[in-house]
Design a protein around this ligand. Sequence first.
Ligand code: BES
Ligand code: ZN
Ligand code: ZN
Length: 499
Amino acid sequence: MKFSFVSDKIPSTGAIVATVTDGGQLSTTAQQFDNKTGGALNRAINSSSFKGKKGELLEILAPSGIENSRIILAGLGNPNELKATDFENLGGQLYKDLSAKGEKVVCFCADDASVQGASGDNAGALIAYGALLRSYRFDTYKTTSKNDTKNSLDEFSVFSADSASTESAYTELSKVAEGVFFTRQLVSEPPNELYPATFAAQAKELESLGVKVTVLDESDITKLGMNALYAVGMGSERESKVVIMEWNGASEKSTEKPLAFVGKGVTFDTGGISLKPAAGMEDMKFDMGGAGTVFGLMKALAGRKAKVNVVGACGLVENMPSANAQRPGDIVKSYSGKTIEVLNTDAEGRLVLADVLSYTQEKYNPRLVIDLATLTGAMIIALGNDIAGIFSNNDTLCEQLSSAGLSVDERVWRLPLADCYDKLLDCDAADMKNIGGRAAGSITAAQFLQRFIDKDRPWVHIDIAGVAWATKEKAIAAKGATGFGVRLLDRFVADNYED
Ligand code: BES
Ligand code: ZN
Ligand code: ZN
């Protein structure tokens, strides 16, 4: 879709969107169109149940007096209550609605003070951003009918008083959208195409943005002693990889240590010898969602040249049953030196993360570590598919994440960590076992990770098992891979850690 930004003249063809606030109050442009069309807008409002409430749309087709195909009135509700996400959602809603109607060209009129919302956001930019986010489709493997794409909007323009500032706000946001799309694409790829080597190769795309990429292969992994990660990949024909991405955007004089983001990248999780049931196993292609989010975040931060130093580290493995696979009962020595009895080979994500977490802390001494993982099915039972669980040793980080989550509508909710959960991992044969029993499954998984976090290192674990993939569409995302976490962490960085 092509985006453009204008302030001199509203296009005289295609669809027009003008806004209406509570009680049917027309914006300046809406009023002008009402005049030009002999009062068609007010007549349409009076003949319908449209009240200008947030989320309401009213269409006036082929109005006389003008050449435009249609005027859409978009309700904003009370302008003093409008948040940035309301504008994004409106953009997404318009994209979906107009595409379904076969419309190709639209101009959104953001000329009025009532379209600025409570926080003075650039509404025009946010609406374009929402439409952009909603426009993503994964159709790489459709060779015959790319039906959806045929019927979609081609051109989205925004009319505003200051088109230059709307455009520059949009350009910044579009870099974040590119990160979200990168994640959605990686998570959508089928597991025969996306496996550790091909996944790692995708990181190379980030080099052109100035990201330094290092890929460790199995010989490096075994030499370094990342045996817990290595053991997960033993059953697979595909070689495991560890990808390290560094973005150094902070000013030269900054002495701050980097922020570290660590991702679980299990490109397919069969469960291994502790095999999962067949029904629904195909979902486990998205078990690399944590790593997918770290890749997308790096793309967003580098794309918008964020003034911060960040390292992204991902463990990429395929968890398969085979003659070479690890067995329940195996004891592995992790990179940290701690030993783990693997009682269930399906609790593999924590084994992968354990080694990448230890390595990242040792090598980069980061000022904080945030890991992302589709770690436990229990997370979906606890919080469902809209809110991700967070687990942390640091209250400030949790507050920063909660607040970023509310700003971008990628919400998180904190669950507890405590010694009573930690001790469920104690083990007779080794330093710990990799499962803690049925109770509090997401918490014991987080406790396992915490055993690999240095004392005093600020750390958050985000379990995205429920939110990485959506079976229902949302205003700014079609069904499928959501890219959850990219916007959340981009905002978390922007609000708290940039120079
Ligand atoms: N990748 C799964 C978790 C998962 C399940 C994510 C469903 C998304 C949807 C993880 O590796 C796993 O299998 N966890 C086990 C842990 C158990 C064996 C302790 C689980 O959640 O059942
Ligand atoms: Zn598993
Ligand atoms: Zn898994």
